[in-house]
Design a binder for this molecule. Structure first.
Ligand code: SF4
Ligand code: SF4
Ligand code: SF4
Length: 233
């Protein structure tokens, strides 16, 4: 089993739904993202081109982040995913510097600290975030997804890194990653790259799928097929 993803750039409309779904599913705090994109506008009006490429951790076979980690906190799982053990992480940020795709984030401050705030949004009219937490009896933010805690801490410690896990907690129970589920155009497909009959393998063969920056030598497992360019004229 080697989990990977195919992103169809002809189907992608650049809505950013994958980024929002990822953020909600994985409780990523302010300033931290696991789902990214590269957008580019080239040319000069009226001859302008726009391109949008969703990006994420590529769960590389030769993962640079795993190689440099001094604590084995970043590791390859049996299903091919590159995962992170937050309890072992010392926040040295070597992985962040080593990743050619820049998809690792660092928690500078205490995540979700706004829930410790005792200032009401509207004085005399609304509760403060701290009161909401007390009233609901929640240990963390009441808006956080507790299911994320199956394989990764819901609220992360300060000064550690984090990144996409390809929603391992969802795939473990037969669900698709949140970004795949949320994509309105079906641009993202997840599956087993080691199975030649899987949908991902079929799409890569049919459309000559290519990874981002293969020259980095990390052997990424996210493939892109086709292309889409918006031409304003
Ligand atoms: Fe590691 Fe970066 Fe590859 Fe993800 S994309 S496995 S963080 S080197
Ligand atoms: Fe390993 Fe954590 Fe250091 Fe990254 S920040 S290299 S996961 S110990
Ligand atoms: Fe593209 Fe789908 Fe992400 Fe929207 S949700 S940006 S269509 S991949």
């Amino acid at each position: 089993m080697k989990l990977g993803m195919v992103i169809d750039l002809q189907k992608c409309v650049g809505c950013g739904g994958c980024n929002l779904a990822c953020k909600t599913e994985n409780n990523t705090p302010e300033g931290v993202a696991w789902s990214h994109h590269i957008s580019q506008t080239t040319g000069k009006f009226p001859d302008v081109n726009y391109s949008y490429v969703p990006t994420m951790c590529n769960h590389c076979d030769n993962a640079a982040c795993v190689e440099v980690c001094p604590k084995d906190a970043m590791y390859k799982a049996d299903n091919g995913l590159t995962l992170h053990d937050i309890d072992k992480c010392i926040g040295c940020r070597r992985c962040e510097r080593a990743c050619p795709y820049k998809v690792i984030s660092f928690n500078k401050g205490a995540p979700h600290r706004n829930w410790q705030d005792d200032t009401p949004l509207l004085e005399g009219a609304t509760s403060s975030p701290k009161e909401v937490l007390q009233i609901t009896g929640a240990k963390n933010s009441p808006t956080e997804n507790p299911e994320r805690g199956d394989t990764y801490a819901v609220t992360r410690p300060r000064r550690t890194i984090e990144k996409c896990t390809m929603c391992d907690h969802r795939q473990n129970v037969g669900l698709k990653p949140a970004c795949v589920e949320a994509c309105p155009s079906g641009a993202r497909v997840v599956g087993d790259l080691s199975n030649p009959d899987s949908e991902v393998s079929r799409l890569i063969r049919m459309h000559q799928g290519r990874p981002l920056m293969p020259e980095a030598g990390t052997k990424p497992n996210v493939y892109y097929i086709r292309s889409f360019g918006v031409r304003a004229s």
